[in-house]
Design a protein around this ligand. Structure first.
Ligand SMILES: Cc1cc2nc3c(=O)[nH]c(=O)nc-3n(C[C@H](O)[C@H](O)[C@H](O)COP(=O)(O)OP(=O)(O)OC[C@H]3O[C@@H](n4cnc5c(N)ncnc54)[C@H](O)[C@@H]3O)c2cc1C
Length: 458
C-alpha cells in the first residue's frame, strides 16, 4: 500500500508517523514545497524572540528521524490531482502514484490588495523564510507597522515587542481579535496593548504603502535605506550584508482615517486561506477548505484531508468549519492516518479553542462565543486602571454552555473547555451561573462528574 501525503507540516508528519506505527510495511512519501526540515509555524514567535534558534522550530530532531521510520521526504509542489488515475503531478512535471492520499497542505497568508504591499519591507509572518526577513528588519528602535490584529497577529505582536521595536497595529474590525473576542474583551485587549506602548488603530484600513521619492532614488543606487532593506531581504541590491537603519523610515503607511504612519517594516497579518487551488477539476469537493466526513475522508474514497486545509464537522457549531490551529491539525492527522490504514475511527469534533497571550494579558475564546438566537448570556467585567482587568462572558443554549470569552480567569480555562467540548448538561447550575458566572469550577465538578458517572453506568 502506498500512502502519499501532501504537505510536510505538523499534519503531514503526524499522519506519516501514525501510518508507520500501524502499517510497518507500507510505503510512505511526504511531499513538501518548503526547502526546510519539517517545522512548526507555532515556534516562529519564539525564534523571533530569540528564545530558540532555527533547529528549535523543527518538528523532529535527529537528522535521520524520517529515514529511520522509512518515511521518504520529497521536495516538490503538488499542482494537479487526478483522482481517477490516482496520481499527483508536481511542479517539475513528475507524477507520483498513490493508493491512499492525504491532503495536508495547510494554508497561506492572504495578500492584501493594497498599493505598495508588494514592495520591499512588507512581509507576512508565516514561514521560516518570512521570519528570517523580519529578523533582519525588526531591530531595536525600528518602526514596525502590523496590519491585522487577529489571533496570529496578536501572537506576532508579542514577539515583535520583545525585539524592542516601536510597534503600531492597524485592525479593520472595531476591536482587537474581532473573530475571537466580543466588543468588551477586544476593547480590553486594545487598552492593555496601548498601556504597554503599542499604538493600536481599530476600525482603520491601510490604504497605501508609499515609499518616499528620496528613499527610492537613493535606493536605485543601492546605498539608500530602501536599497539596504531590499538587499537585506534578498530582493536585489549590491550589498546583501548591509543592515537596515532602524530610523528614518522607508515607508509611509496611509490609513483610511487620514493618518500616516512611518514604518521601516510592515507585517501583513490580514488572514489566511487553505492551499487547495491545485484541487480544481480533481473532483474533490471543497468549500472554504477540503470538505471531509467524520473519518477525514473526502468525497473521493481513499483521499483524505487534515489540518489547516481541511474543513471538518464541528458538533458544537453544528456545521463544517476550518479551525486553523495546531491541536486540530494533529488530531485530524491522527484520525485520518488510522482510517488510511484500515482502522476506522471518527473525529470527535473540531476544537474551537484559542488561548492567547497578548503582551502578558491572557485571554481565551471557546466554541460559539457569540451565542445563538434564543440562547442566554451573562457577562462580568472588572476593569483595572491602566488596562487589564478580568472579563468573563458565557453563552448558553438550553442548559449547556456553548461558548465563552475570558480575560484573566486562567484558572477556569480547563473547566470552560470541559464544559463546552463535553456539552455538559448543567441543569439547575445554568441559573446559578447566570447569577454568578465565577462559579464555573463548582458547576463543572458537580455536573461533569454526574454526567460521567451516568455514562459509566449505562
Ligand atoms: C506565527 C504563527 C504562530 C502560530 N501560533 C499558533 C499557536 O500558538 N497555537 C496554535 O494552535 N496554532 C498556531 N499557529 C497555527 C499553526 O501553525 C497551524 O495551525 C499549523 O501549522 C497547521 O499545520 P498543517 O500541517 O495543517 O499546515 P502547515 O503547517 O501550513 O503545513 C503545510 C505544509 O504544506 C506545504 N504545501 C502547501 N501547498 C503545497 C503543495 N501544493 N504541495 C506540497 N506542499 C504544499 C506548505 O508549504 C507547508 O509546508 C501559528 C501559526 C503561525 C504562522
Amino acid at each position: 500500500m502506498k500512502h502519499l501525503i501532501l504537505g510536510a507540516g505538523p499534519a503531514g508528519v503526524i499522519a506519516a508517523e501514525t501510518i508507520r506505527k500501524h502499517a510497518p510495511a507500507d510505503e510512505i512519501v511526504i511531499v513538501g514545497d518548503e526547502r526546510e526540515a519539517p517545522y512548526s509555524r507555532m515556534a516562529i514567535p519564539y525564534l523571533l524572540m530569540g528564545n530558540i534558534q532555527e533547529p528549535g522550530t523543527h518538528l523532529r530532531h535527529g537528522g535521520d528521524h524520517y529515514q529511520r521510520l522509512g518515511i521518504t521526504l520529497h521536495h516538490g509542489r503538488a499542482v494537479k490531482l487526478d483522482s481517477a488515475a490516482r496520481t499527483v503531478t508536481l511542479d517539475d512535471g513528475s507524477t507520483l502514484a498513490f493508493d491512499r492520499l492525504l491532503i495536508a497542505t495547510g494554508s497561506s497568508t492572504v495578500k492584501p490588495p493594497i498599493p505598495g504591499a508588494d514592495g520591499p519591507g512588507v512581509h507576512p509572518c508565516w514561514t521560516l523564510e518570512d521570519a528570517r526577513a523580519i529578523m533582519k528588519l525588526a531591530r531595536p528602535g525600528a518602526q514596525v507597522l502590523q496590519m491585522g490584529a487577529g489571533f496570529i497577529g496578536c501572537i506576532i505582536m508579542e514577539a515583535l515587542a520583545a525585539r524592542g521595536v516601536k510597534l503600531s497595529v492597524v485592525e479593520m474590525g472595531d476591536r482587537m481579535v474581532p473573530r475571537m473576542m466580543g466588543p468588551t474583551a477586544g476593547g480590553m485587549i486594545k487598552d492593555w496593548c496601548q498601556a504597554k506602548g503599542v499604538t493600536v488603530y481599530t476600525g482603520a484600513r491601510v490604504e497605501a504603502i508609499e515609499r518616499p521619492a528620496a528613499a527610492q532614488q537613493s535606493g536605485h543606487g543601492g546605498g539608500g535605506l530602501l536599497g539596504k532593506i531590499a538587499a537585506a531581504v534578498g530582493l536585489g541590491g549590491d550589498k546583501p550584508e548591509a543592515r537596515p537603519e532602524p530610523h528614518g523610515a522607508a515607508m509611509n503607511v496611509r490609513l483610511s482615517t487620514g493618518q500616516t504612519v512611518a514604518a521601516d517594516l510592515v507585517i501583513s497579518a490580514v488572514g489566511v486561506r487553505p492551499n487547495i487551488g491545485f484541487l480544481e477539476h480533481s473532483g474533490v469537493r471543497c468549500l472554504v477548505g477540503v470538505l471531509t466526513d467524520e473519518h477525514l475522508q473526502t468525497n473521493v474514497p481513499g483521499i483524505y484531508a487534515a489540518g489547516d486545509c481541511a474543513e471538518a464537522f464541528d458538533k458544537i457549531a453544528g456545521k463544517t468549519i476550518v479551525s486553523a490551529i495546531q491541536p486540530n491539525a494533529a488530531e485530524q492527522a491522527r484520525v485520518a492516518a488510522l482510517n488510511m490504514v484500515g482502522k476506522p475511527i471518527e473525529l470527535r469534533g473540531v476544537t474551537q479553542i484559542n488561548v492567547l497571550d497578548t503582551l502578558g494579558l491572557i485571554s481565551a475564546s471557546f466554541g460559539n462565543w457569540e451565542g445563538v438566537a434564543g440562547g442566554q448570556h451573562v457577562e462580568l467585567t472588572e476593569r483595572e486602571a491602566g488596562g487589564g482587568g478580568r472579563h468573563l462572558s458565557l453563552q448558553f443554549a438550553d442548559d449547556r454552555l456553548i461558548g465563552c470569552n475570558a480575560i484573566g480567569w486562567t484558572q477556569h480555562v480547563g473547566v470552560m473547555r470541559g464544559l463546552v467540548e463535553g456539552q455538559v448538561a448543567l441543569g439547575p447550575w445554568k441559573d446559578k451561573l447566570l447569577h454568578d458566572p465565577t462559579r464555573l469550577m463548582e458547576a463543572y465538578l458537580d455536573c461533569a462528574q454526574a454526567q460521567a458517572s451516568f455514562a459509566h453506568t449505562r
